[in-house]
Design a protein around this ligand. Sequence first.
Ligand code: GLY
Length: 405
Amino acid sequence: MIYRSILICIAFAMFACSSTTEQQPEKLDVDKMLAYCVEKTKVSLNGLSGTDSIPRNIYPDQTKWNKVGIHDWTSGFWPGVLWYAYEASGDKDILEQAKKYTEVLSGVLDVPVDNHDLGFMLYCSFGNGYRLTNDAKYHDLLLLAADSLATLYNPKVGTILSWPVMRKKMNWPHNTIIDNLINLELLFWASKNGDGSELFDMAVSHAEVSMETLIRPDYSTVHVAVFDTVDGHFIKGVTHQGYADDSQWARGQSWGIYGYTMCYRETGNEQFLQTARKLADVFINRLPEDGIPYWDFDDPNIPNAPKDASAAAVAASGLLELSEYMKHDADKLKYKKAATQLLAKLSTDQYLSGDSNRSFLLHSTGHKPNGTEIDASIIYADYYFLEALLRLKKTQDNVKWAYVK
Ligand code: GLY
């Protein structure tokens, strides 16, 4: 009897202990994680053969990067990782590589623009390069890129066309996706650097129309808004990379948080700030127990669905900026804490690639309906993870993040 009581007590103590451990927020050592990213960047650099092939993804059974050319929509993230790794370390060899991998992307503008991703491609590379070096060449290229992106603007709709190829392929005459918000940063920058109010007005209109058509009343997000090109009316909201037209694709929600926070920074429009906040609340409230989103919050296979570390990394970076714009300390703390918890969880053995491959992070999902990049390492997860760590480091050191001027 006594033995039985002792065993029950031990079992109870073990249960209490393990459930407390599960509920404890993970500890995050930002300096250690920045050093990890810098070291892994050097390992990747040593394994690359030339600047015309750029890291994009690593599948679960692989150790090295699968690479793409400069016209791939992800081509700007690797140079962006290099700029951030240089910013984190001051390492001059990384700086030289950042310049090389950035400059090779100037060829992106040699062909007619065929998607909205110019912002991702050229702002993450040349934008960060300009922020850190003030090189006039980078400034001039960014202005050309913004003008090129602006050619996709349809004044009848009031947004940029995201995917020209989908006009025929999917019968989406004019289409605008939630991800496109990120590309507006290039237009806002150009409007302050010589291109004037026209680009500013386009960016604002795009953000407003997206708010009306890509955000549902419950502040979950739609992936694609389809419009008529003749009178500009909204036809329908559908998904391309999410589970269903009415589901909440995780990375789409993250682009929304990040995008509307940036739109508030650039315009001071309170509606954008409130939108970013509500999108953030929905994202945070729907996170699963382990703190990292599944690829789509509504996949019926949860908990047996793949995760998306990239959605967590994008959201973490956006939430850190969002926390800065809160007027009350409790709100500042809320979003900073949410971001820190995302980063802390990504910084555990479960999500870090460690020695298993050359990326920083495992378990991202690129395009589940297409069957591509499922549970993989993807370069944009690494980019936003490093960006968020740097943002957090600067907050801890009381240094303001220098946005591209
Ligand atoms: N199209 C950008 C993304 O996959 O999130």
